[in-house]
Design a protein around this ligand. Structure first.
Ligand SMILES: C[S@@+](CC[C@H](N)C(=O)[O-])C[C@H]1O[C@@H](n2cnc3c(N)ncnc32)[C@H](O)[C@@H]1O
Length: 239
């Protein structure tokens, strides 16, 4: 997982000025929390919170939010009431608190299956209250596979905050069910950086969850047909 810090820090420098703004996606995520868990107010843990826009919306909705983010993407975070940002690694951070909801939006699947299990076991054993809910976006192999070999050219758009001219190449390895998403500035092809995301079908995810203390309680089949990630609703395996 050595690539993680550099990839999300560097891409944060490229995209943060444009993307560290609350948008529809943050409100849709807050609506999903309401739909699956209730109006609250809730104690919410958000893992891999990035620029913190979803955490900010959840806090504005009245929830008490702890957001854990590894990289300097936290520099884009707008402080808010009821929001605590912890700039640490979620594999090692000690929070000493329980939560009604643990969310990981857009990011699950980094590292090996054993790494995912380690994180899921921490969610079940340390952070989620009995009867709580974990909401995790899972990379969808059916859509990532369809993007295999795609290349994109992203031109700068300084008015929107995109200062860099970038290229992207996406590949999908069917044997390991892993997507590789590689980016480089057009004038620095030797500086390419990649994120690698293990994708899980719902059947794979069910196997992954065995022994972690969590079980799959629901997904939206429509997302699985069309989206590059689907929201897995997880609940404690034993009530
Ligand atoms: C794909 S980004 C998504 C960010 C945010 N959730 C969003 O949807 O905009 C994944 C985020 O997870 C963070 N992350 C990855 N591994 C982490 C770890 N071990 N501890 C804390 N944060 C981590 C990355 O730094 C990155 O900001």
């Amino acid at each position: 997982m050595e690539w993680v810090k550099e990839f999300y820090s560097r891409t944060g420098t490229w995209w943060g000025p444009a993307e560290a703004k609350v948008g529809d996606r943050d409100h849709e995520r807050a609506a999903k929390v309401r739909a699956h868990v209730g109006d609250g107010p809730l104690r919410v843990l958000e893992l891999g919170s990035g620029y913190g826009t979803t955490a900010a919306v959840l806090a504005a909705d009245g929830h008490t939010v702890t957001a854990v983010e590894l990289t300097d993407r936290v520099r884009f975070q707008t402080p808010a009431e009821r929001l605590t940002v912890v700039n640490e690694d979620f594999y090692t951070v000690r929070l000493g608190k329980e939560f009604d909801v643990v969310c990981y939006f857009n990011g699950f699947g980094v590292g090996s299956d054993a790494d995912q299990r380690r994180l899921l076991a921490r969610i079940a054993g340390e952070w989620l209250r009995p009867g709580g809910t974990a909401l995790i976006d899972v990379s969808n192999p059916f859509v990532w596979q369809s993007w295999h070999g795609d290349e994109e050219h992203r031109r700068p758009d300084p008015e929107q905050g995109y200062a860099y001219e970038l290229r992207e190449r996406t590949t999908f390895d069917q044997v390991t069910c892993t997507a590789t998403d590689t980016w480089w500035p057009v004038d620095q092809p030797d500086e390419a950086i990649s994120q690698r995301l293990r994708c899980y079908s719902p059947a794979d995810l069910t196997l992954l969850l065995e022994g972690t203390g969590l079980k799959l309680a629901g997904i939206d089949p429509a997302e699985l047909r069309t989206e590059h990630e689907y929201l897995a609703v997880l609940r404690p395996a034993t009530p």
